[in-house]
Design a protein around this ligand. Structure first.
Ligand SMILES: [Zn+2]
Length: 288
């Protein structure tokens, strides 16, 4: 995976025959992206995913170098990755979470370079973090002065006290077992605890049109918007909401466009009408 142009066959698992979200099917092929990755849809739950998926070894290699603890200067960064944009996005997301959560113990899953832990702490939360790379998590824990867990995510419920809130901002599209991941998130919440999920929106108007164009063979870099360099599962808001309600028995409190700053004022304005016009969306759900 490090050499993007020519991944080795050993970088992939055997093709999946069941859905990584609902474990059912049947699966249908939507398209093959410009990297040669298949994109399948589960007819059972509606989720789309890369098939075959990366091997554990390939993912481990990728994430060891994924998080940049020393971001480039603001001029070189894209609008979305600029420190000021990221900071405002985290701040606004936490405000949304605060409107629905009671209690201030929050587990921030996929806490990366620790910015969200910093923002949470500054806003009166008691954050703990989780991420996959031991070196990065140790450095972030030391710098931020908060516990940052590492290791097998699914073992975490037995090791920590339940949380008032869980925060996953641009995370759930990364693991190859999103169904099990969401179940573990639920298990990490106390009854009444609240889950915040922010992720790319496969159901946005722009992504729907891109998928349609790709299926008609109209774009040179087909499936670029799936971003299979590091995204494995692709959600539409309706698919995620149904899964949280029907499979995990959670109450969905909020579905909306991402609270992050938008460079385009028109997108910001249209975003008020719902998540159709934004390339990412947020869901807040409560454990009963
Ligand atoms: Zn499914």
């Amino acid at each position: 995976m490090a050499a993007e142009a020519s991944p080795a066959a050993t970088d992939y698992d055997r093709p999946r025959t069941t859905c990584p979200l609902c474990d059912g099917g049947p699966l249908v092929r939507r398209l093959i992206d410009f990297r040669g990755h298949g994109i399948d849809r589960c007819r059972g739950c509606g989720v789309e995913f890369m098939n075959p998926q990366y091997s554990d070894a390939a993912l481990q290699r990728f994430y060891a170098g994924y998080i940049n603890l020393h971001p480039d200067d603001a001029k070189a960064a894209t609008f979305r990755s600029r420190p000021a944009t990221r900071l405002a996005g985290k701040q606004r997301g936490l405000e949304l979470l605060h409107q629905h959560a009671t209690g201030r113990r929050v587990l921030m899953v996929g806490c990366g370079d620790g910015l969200e832990l910093q923002v949470a702490k500054a806003n009166g939360w008691q954050p703990e973090g989780y991420d996959v790379d031991p070196t990065t998590t140790a450095a972030v824990a030391e710098r931020e002065g908060v516990p940052v867990h590492c290791g097998d995510f699914h073992l975490l419920p037995g090791r920590v006290a339940p949380f008032d809130a869980l925060w996953l901002d641009q995370v759930i599209e990364h693991p190859k077992d999103p169904g099990r991941y969401l179940a573990t998130c639920r298990a990490l919440l106390r009854p009444g605890g609240v889950l915040y999920l922010g992720m790319p929106n496969l159901g946005s108007l722009s992504n729907r049109l891109k998928t349609l164009a790709d299926r008609c063979g109209l774009r040179r870099r087909a499936g670029r918007h799936f971003n299979t360099r590091h995204h494995l599962t692709f959600f539409r808001p309706s698919v995620l909401v149904r899964y949280l309600r029907e499979r995990l028995g959670m109450d969905v409190l909020l579905v909306r466009t991402s609270p992050k700053p938008q460079r385009n004022p028109l997108v910001a304005l249209l975003g008020r009408c719902g998540p159709l016009f934004d390339s990412s969306f947020v869901v807040v759900a409560r454990r009963r």
